[in-house]
Design a protein around this ligand. Structure first.
Ligand SMILES: NC(=O)c1ccc[n+]([C@@H]2O[C@H](COP(=O)([O-])OP(=O)(O)OC[C@H]3O[C@@H](n4cnc5c(N)ncnc54)[C@H](OP(=O)(O)O)[C@@H]3O)[C@@H](O)[C@H]2O)c1
Length: 214
């Protein structure tokens, strides 16, 4: 796939590097310096190049949205026409100091995003995982037991794209249902992040989701 990364920070930089190494064609865009984008593309050692958000979006089969919530409108505006585009969002609707969600309970960041770009096909994935584990998951991708990762959305084509990308990174994709599942997934992602970032002194966290019946 041709993948355009909008937001080349911790998530976009790592996911983009992994997806390029997995054989996809990458454009890294949207960082505060063009040199950083060029460095990411060079360090990926794969089919990756730096570009503007418009260049990242225009030929993309999938757009990876990985910016802070406060930058979403800006980067979408720079990306141009997103009609029919698949947007895989890992963006959480955080406030400016990243202490809390600004959208929750009766809506979610994923649903708000779908309202901002109604002409695009939105699916949420990767937002429930700390970026720190991504390279380890990718390195272990051929092991028998792969960690699961949720994705959710209302558009079948976008969900198929997300499942393929989730698999390429080394997770087993789990279809968690429609986009409104984000109302539950986004707050739980915040909980996981809080525990993960408490560092060595923090609690060890294990969580497991089981399905009962059908
Ligand atoms: N990090 C995680 O583990 C994690 C986990 C789950 C979900 N998420 C979500 O994923 C999204 C991205 O998170 P992140 O940790 O990757 O954030 P980040 O490291 O801050 O990356 C955001 C990107 O936006 C760029 N940017 C910010 N302001 C800009 C501006 N004015 N002009 C141009 N570029 C600008 C940054 O540029 P620079 O590179 O130059 O700083 C960076 O490349 C967020 O919504 C977050 O909630 C993150």
């Amino acid at each position: 796939m041709r993948i355009g990364v909008l937001g080349s920070g911790l998530m976009g930089g790592k996911l983009g590097t992994i997806l390029a190494r997995a054989g996809h064609e990458l454009v890294f865009s949207y960082a505060r310096s063009e040199r950083k984008l060029a460095r990411l593309a060079r360090d990926a050692k794969a089919d990756a190049r730096p570009g503007t958000p418009r260049e990242a979006a225009e030929r993309a089969d999938a757009i990876l949205l990985a910016v802070h919530w406060s930058r979403v409108d800006d980067v979408l505006g720079r990306a141009g026409d997103l009609s029919g585009k698949v947007i895989v969002t890992c963006t959480l609707p955080m406030n400016d100091d990243d202490s809390d969600l600004v959208v929750a309970h009766v809506s979610s960041g994923a649903e708000e995003l779908a309202r901002k770009v109604p002409e695009a096909r939105i699916v949420a994935a990767f937002n429930t995982v700390p970026s720190e584990v991504l390279f380890d998951v990718y390195e272990a991708r051929r092991k028998a037991r792969r960690p699961s990762l949720l994705y959710y959305g209302d558009d079948r084509r976008a969900k198929n794209v997300a499942a393929e990308l989730v698999r390429a990174v080394g997770f087993d994709p789990v279809d968690a249902g429609p986009l409104r599942v984000a109302r539950h997934a986004e707050p739980s992602a915040l909980l996981v992040a809080r525990l993960a970032y408490e560092g060595k002194g923090g609690p060890e966290l294990a969580y497991r989701i089981e399905r009962f019946g059908k």
